[in-house]
Design a protein around this ligand. Sequence first.
Ligand code: ZN
Length: 282
Amino acid sequence: MSKQNEITEQELAKIREYTRKDVTADEIYTFSLIICDNETDRDNEKFTEDSLNKLAGMFVGKTGIFDHNMSAGGQTARIYSAAVEKDPSRKTSDGDDYICVKAKAYMMRTAANENLIAEIEGGIKKETSVGCSVRSIRCSICGNDIRTEKCGHRKGETYGSKKCSWLLCDPEDAYEWSFVAVPSQRNAGVIKSHKIEDKSKYPDWVEEFRQEMKQDIIKDGAGLLPFLGNSLLGDICDCLSLKKLREMRDALKEQRKKQLPLVSLLAAPAEETAADYSDYKI
Ligand SMILES: [Zn+2]
């Protein structure tokens, strides 16, 4: 099979936080990938450096999914470390130094994952997509919060020599990633991020994401809304758009967080959770 990847003892210790304690390096495959960067996307939105720093921490421990072209489906990998990397030799389209969140992820070396591992090693690149929510969105020209303050600028338009974009600030939570595999020995290519709008353009993994959200809703719903029943909750989920599905999942998740003292510090104040455009699928 493919060549053995090198895993340090330190990395193995991190991975073992998520797996059996006695899992060996031979049983694990690790790879590097870029989960997000500060490049302006096609919607003229971008993460700030501060957001990327926070997101790097938030994505540790999160599982990601592969699209169907890369695998038989159902495979996941988990991020066990992530850090911001700067590349001053490369500039974003608006002239900033290029910054990205580079993560390391692992998956189990199983027969089912064999082809997928070979494809990752072969350097197949895909678009990365991350789902996260941000507390504020600022205009790149005046710095105003576009939700709470007046701003006369329109994103995508140029003012003087500066193009107006929306800066995604103060991330609150990272939900999931799905993804481009970048062999660790290679430098990353340009990763275009995108917002999902049209169902006909959805890649296959979206259906998996939908199912994942549905399971989350049923799981949290069972605790919060037991009188509805799993079957009815599932049927409701099937009628919802991805956006509404995410809103419902997040609302239930927030409620669950309030019930769980361990994570209550992460829960956002209730008044900040409702805004439509706080949820970003980049
Ligand atoms: Zn403005």
